[in-house]
Design a protein around this ligand. Structure first.
Ligand code: NAD
Length: 429
């Protein structure tokens, strides 16, 4: 891809937008069609879940202007909420003026948990397990030859003694398992189930739960960005002028509330997840797993806090970073079943799950910046309302050209409400 900066993309009629996308990405007509029709056939859906009766569609849009680790990227985003794709694209444009997003990821190591009950002496059981660690890891490495061939496998075994619980003390064994390009839940769960009888033999206890942890805090992805100060200033629709310094400081002040207050942090992190989930869903990944991991990680110091940090560099430019667990795959799960997800992954051109993880947290950081910038200046509602107004107009019964007309009048009146939409609609009929 030469550039992710496609001027006027949002203004193009749908057909031309797809043509532009095909030109910019090199995707085939078939792949582009997978974006258009809900790619998943009924037969495929029937193979995926129980009691299937249909498929459920979401809008799919393209996040523009992204540069991640020097690479131009068009980002597929599946989301029903207005403003997210526009907000992320706009912030990616500001960030690209500072060189784009830079990302780092840890090894794709997941944690599998085995809960070991009915042990008399927890300490000596722990010692025995640690003595047998090389044998246990070797045994774990016989379970998934495909994963081993891909460079993954068991990396470590950690023993935790839980002293106090509602049922008294017990042991928890953590299997650290490198799952390479898979999300890894099935791989980890299988490994834990296969290893459990050996753990019982060694400890004399009873292995109860055998399941991965979604607090994937050994599989982290971090994105960083710098927004040049001169990109931040603007004049809003009411003619109010915001200088770059005011916007930067306003963003840092807004972040400070999220850093100390869980009531704000929950909403702040929800904004990050607006961007993260949109790419997770578009690429066929498990967004519940990512949500669970993100919020547990945000509370891992004992107090729920912001997943991102905003500040300024020595030149006064705005700096931001976000870090969170990112258990995503480019093989396995639905990623290779849903044709839309396949096309989305092709559009991103990622070769590893770690690369995908870095892109996803970059979109999360862009989305976080969009929300903070709006909140710190003109407020969140103005940008939100223009698309929201269309949805309200449709809910009120508007169709065809009336959707735009009703929405435009509500925006002009600064009253976007269903009762007003109904009145305006009546006046046009
Ligand atoms: P999977 O089992 O479909 O695919 C993983 C397998 O692909 C590996 O075990 C390996 O054998 C093979 N493979 C081939 N090439 C590989 C490569 N380059 N890197 C890694 N593996 C390679 O899927 P999974 O990723 O183990 O599990 C993901 C699914 O599990 C998702 O659908 C998720 O929703 C579901 N799940 C999640 C949870 C949870 O999050 N708590 C629990 C259960 C199931």
């Amino acid at each position: 891809m030469t550039t992710s900066r496609i001027v006027g993309f949002y203004n193009l009629p749908l057909g031309q937008r797809l043509k532009k996308l095909a030109e910019a990405s090199g995707l085939t007509t078939e792949e582009i069609i997978a974006f258009q029709v809900s790619g998943l056939t009924m037969a495929q859906a029937d193979h995926m879940v129980e009691n299937a009766i249909g498929t459920f569609a979401l809008p799919l849009g393209i996040g523009l202007n992204f540069i991640v680790n020097g690479r131009e990227l068009l980002i597929p985003m599946a989301i029903e909420e207005p403003s997210v794709i526009a907000g992320a694209s706009f912030m990616a444009k500001l960030v690209r003026a500072g060189g784009g997003f830079n990302t780092t990821t840890t090894e794709p190591e997941m944690i599998g948990q085995m809960q070991v009950l009915d042990i008399q002496d927890l300490f000596s059981a722990s010692v025995k397990l640690l003595e047998q660690k090389p044998q246990l890891l070797a045994e774990a490495n016989t379970i998934d030859p495909v994963l081993m061939k891909s460079g993954g496998g068991a990396r470590d075994l950690e023993i935790r003694i839980i002293e106090d619980s509602p049922i008294g003390p017990f042991l928890v064994v953590h299997l650290i398992y490198d799952v390479r390009d898979a999300m890894g839940a099935n791989a980890v769960n299988t490994a834990c189930e296969k290893l459990a009888p050996r753990v019982e033999q060694i400890t004399g206890g009873r292995v109860h739960l055998r399941i991965l942890s979604n607090l994937a805090d050994r599989r982290l992805a971090k994105a960083q960005c710098t927004v040049p100060l001169n990109e931040l200033g603007f004049t809003d629709a009411d003619g109010r002028v915001f200088t770059g310094g005011q916007v930067r400081d306003g963003i840092i002040e807004a972040w400070a509330l999220a850093a100390v207050d869980p009531y704000r942090a929950a909403t702040h992190n929800k904004g990050i997840m607006n961007g993260v989930d949109a790419v997770i869903i578009a690429t066929g990944n498990d967004w519940r797993a990512i949500e669970a991991g993100a919020h547990a990680y945000a509370a891992s110091d004992g107090r729920y806090t912001s997943l991102s940090i905003w500040g300024k560099d020595k030149n006064g430019n705005l700096t931001g970073e976000v870090e969170m667990p990112m258990a995503v795959g480019i093989i396995g799960g639905a990623t290779k079943v849903n044709p839309t997800a396949i096309a989305a992954l092709k559009l991103l051109g990622v070769k590893t799950a770690s690369e995908l993880a870095g892109i996803i947290v970059s979109v999360g950081l862009a989305q976080n910046l969009a929300a903070l910038r709006a909140l710190a200046t003109e407020g969140i509602q103005r940008g939100h309302m223009s698309l929201h107004a269309r949805q309200v107009a449709i809910t009120a019964g508007a169709t065809g050209v009336l959707i735009e007309k009703v929405a435009a009048q509500m925006i002009a009146e600064k009253t976007v409400r269903i009762d007003r939409a109904e009145e305006i609609l009546k006046s046009f009929q």
